[in-house]
Structure formats: C-alpha cells, structure tokens
Ligand binder design. Structure first.
Ligand SMILES: [Zn+2]
Ligand SMILES: [Zn+2]
Length: 207
C-alpha cells in the first residue's frame, strides 16, 4: 500500500512529503525545504529504498535541502523543465534574499505535463499547473495529489512572484477541480491536507 508522511522542513517549514510503498519499501521525496538529516533518518530507520526527489516548483522554501541530500545520497532530482531556471538562479528562486542563503543547482531530470514516472512500485502522474511559477506541477499518486503552492486548504498560491501569472493560476485551478475526483486527497506545499471536494465547497477562489 502506498502511504505518505509529512515533515515540516526548513526554516520556513514548508511541507516535505515522503511517499512510500510499505511492501516494496520503494520511496520518493516530494520537495525538501531543509532538515535533510531528519528525512534521511526516516528513510534509513524505515528501510526505504529512496528512488527520487521530485520538486513541485523551484522556490527556495521547497528546495533548500536538496543540495545536502544530494551530497549524502546522490538521489536523482526531478523538476518541470520550465522551473529549471529557478533552480539555477538564487535570485529567481529567492534563496538569495531568504535566511538560508543562496541555493543554486541543476536537476538530474526534467518532466513535462502528462508524463508518467515510475519509481519502482510508485507511480506518479505529472500535471502542469502554471501560475504560481511557470513550471509548477501537481503530482498525482495512489495516495492523492501533491499540489505544491498552487492549491492550499481554502486558499491558493500567490501569482505575483517571478514567473507567476494570475490568469494562468486560475486556469490551472479550474482544470484541477474539473478533472480530479471529489474524493481525491490533496497534500499542499504549506498547511494541512484537504480534498478536491472540500475545496470545491469551501475555497472562495474556486467559486
Ligand atoms: Zn512557491
Ligand atoms: Zn512555498
């Protein structure tokens, strides 16, 4: 069975998720804003096979731990092709003006809308959701959708930062709400989990 566990990682306490199969022990990490040692410890203590680290987008509060876990584990790092420029430029990912200091690196692999990625027994479908950044995505898995900074419980991501676009984020949100089932659980980049159905009824930005 595929499961997820959430960590509040880094000084900005963005949600980092470990998604794993409790039978095969295959695992992936979604975003990593810091505290790489806590995540590495969890992986080791639970005897998980770490297969990949996927990024919902390229902002500092979601990526600050990546160079450190990369050094320790050499895990493959994936991001949407349109957010590579954020990873490679500390001013575009805002780390240069945030408390963690400049973070710059290149991904090992990129993905695009509609890609289906298989990491052992863990399957991830990529849905492009531009608007918060150009390369923001949703990851659809067997436990639910990881929505990054596009959709939060009763809120949505901001669209006034580099690469953001208000019209695009509203289009992305409409597509999400129309295409995904009401009972699908959603795991945002900040704050508590929610579901598509709950957001349809309670998110004023989606009315
Ligand atoms: Zn963000
Ligand atoms: Zn964020």
């Amino acid at each position: 069975m595929i499961k997820q566990v959430k960590f509040l990682a880094g000084i900005y306490a963005a949600n980092t998720y470990v998604v794993f199969d409790d039978e095969s022990k295959d695992a992936i990490i979604i975003d990593l804003g810091g505290d790489h040692r806590d995540i590495e410890e969890y992986i080791i203590n639970n005897k998980l096979n770490l297969k990949a680290l996927l990024l919902t987008h390229g902002h500092a509060d979601h990526i600050a731990g990546v160079p450190f876990i990369k050094k320790d584990t050499n895990v493959d790092v994936y991001i949407h092709e349109d957010d590579v420029e954020l990873l490679e430029d500390a001013s575009k990912n805002f780390s240069s003006s945030m408390a963690m200091g400049p973070i710059e690196f290149s991904p090992d692999f990129t993905f695009k809308d509609g890609d289906i990625l298989n990491f052992g027994t863990i399957k991830v479908k990529v849905v492009s959701t531009p608007g918060h950044t150009k390369g923001s995505v949703l990851f659809i898995t067997d436990v639910g959708a990881f929505t990054g900074d596009t959709l939060f419980r009763q809120s949505i991501g901001r669209s006034d930062l580099y690469g953001g676009n208000e019209v695009e984020i509203m289009n992305s949100l409409r597509n999400i709400v129309m295409s995904l089932p009401d009972d699908m659980e959603c795991f945002p980049g900040h704050g508590p989990k929610t579901s598509i159905g709950y957001e349809k009824n309670h998110n004023m930005f989606l009315k």
